[in-house]
Design a protein around this ligand. Sequence first.
Ligand SMILES: [Zn+2]
Length: 518
Amino acid sequence: MVKAFIVLGLSFSLSTSVIAQNKDSIIVQQIVIEATSNSHLKKLGHELIDVIGPRLTGTPQLQQAHDWAIKTYNNWGITARNEKWGEWRGWERGVTHVDLVYPRVRTLEGMQLAWSPSTNGKTVTGETIIIPDVSDSIAFKQWLPNVKGKFVLVSMMQTTGRPDYNWQEFATAESFDKMKKEREALTDAWRKRLKKTGLSDSALHQALENAGALGIVQNLWSNGFGVDKIFGAKTRKVPTVDLSVEDYGLLYRMTEAGDKPRISVFADSKDKGAVPTYNTMAEIKGSEKPGEYVMLSAHFDSWDGASGATDNGTGTIVMMEAMRILKKIYPNPKRTILAGHWSSEEQGLNGSRAFVEDHPEIVANLQALFNQDNGTGRVVNIGGQGFLHSYQYISKWLSKVPENIRSQIQTNFPGTPGAGGSDFASFVAVGAPGFSLSSNSWLYGSYTWHTNRDTYDKIVWDDVQSNAILVAILVYMACEEPNLIPREKSVMPVNPRTGEQTKWPEQRKAKRRGGFWD
Ligand SMILES: [Zn+2]
């Protein structure tokens, strides 16, 4: 159809730019039709997020996801490969079960942290004890033997389990204010209490297990109803479990009141030694300039408190769906299209940094990279990432995006390189044009980012679909752009606090081996 149109165009002696514009609008139209009438997004989401589940680096589930991505791409006629870049401590999450067994029975909402040691197939029961407010590190050492045979509560008890927006809506201004002051004072006091132990968090947790504690119990509330952040354990022998703000508070109040509560913990997990880490790369070869690249980018790994639906399942399926659509509508791109599904982003952009180190020839000939990694929301912000001429081409490419999608997006040129919160930063650091497609919030920061509630039901499918269309069109336009875009950097802004000019971020080395105790 495109060819026929061009031939028709020539016969009417249209100028080449008019022909190109008509070709663009036909391709754009076909992208939109394919994305809306034949979407694979829900199927991809179900297979990746529901069935495979969380994709913590070093787990068999991440490996399963890499293999699934290859198979899925191959089914679409797209070549894909797993590229090894390092190794990580292998670990497999099993069941966690925590019950209050005295003075009454209640099953508690909790789970072991990532890489947590197990209870070795047993259910372990014991009393709870709270980190005390001692005068100094010597007094703490003297107190330490008290933890033997007990579970230690190491977090402060929250003043409220209601998020601030709920207080804002229903509290009187006075009581909201009072609550915030109380919380501030408690937070400050808890920080001082921990400091007086003389130990860092990891050193404290290890001192507790070495003194015979049965396990560590914590609460890392994420300031929303029912949400906690679930990161990695710092213990090496006994489990570390997170309890919900409700259940942690219950245990804390009982312990403090002298009710001598007892809990039973069953935490199952397997250590798997060193396992290889990979990035999955999918490729549609360029027809005119195969040595120049346009990249789609989204990290593939997740934390494992839930199923990594919005961090970054949605970014992942957006890129896969855009690749599927491009292969169908634009199978012979001018430049090579490459999708990067990075692992170990969550431990410091390791997969993408390794790629930048391992493929200087691709980075040097990169036209543009588009990364998405802040939730399920439609893209509302695109910046120039500090590249001086970004407004010229990004605005041009965006002009082809349908009005209903484009009108949602604010642009910011030349912008700044960005703080390095996701994989585009690995490219920007070496002066290569990587762009962050920034989503609207849907309360991502509190409700799904690294939480125990980052699940399929939080996905907003209309927004995800609109992002797949946006990515496919931007990639198409970047492929068709006659020349490689200029990489000149803009003058960096002055930091208003220090009065000094900020610097372009430096390239940081990929951590090629991690998760081990050493
Ligand atoms: Zn992420």
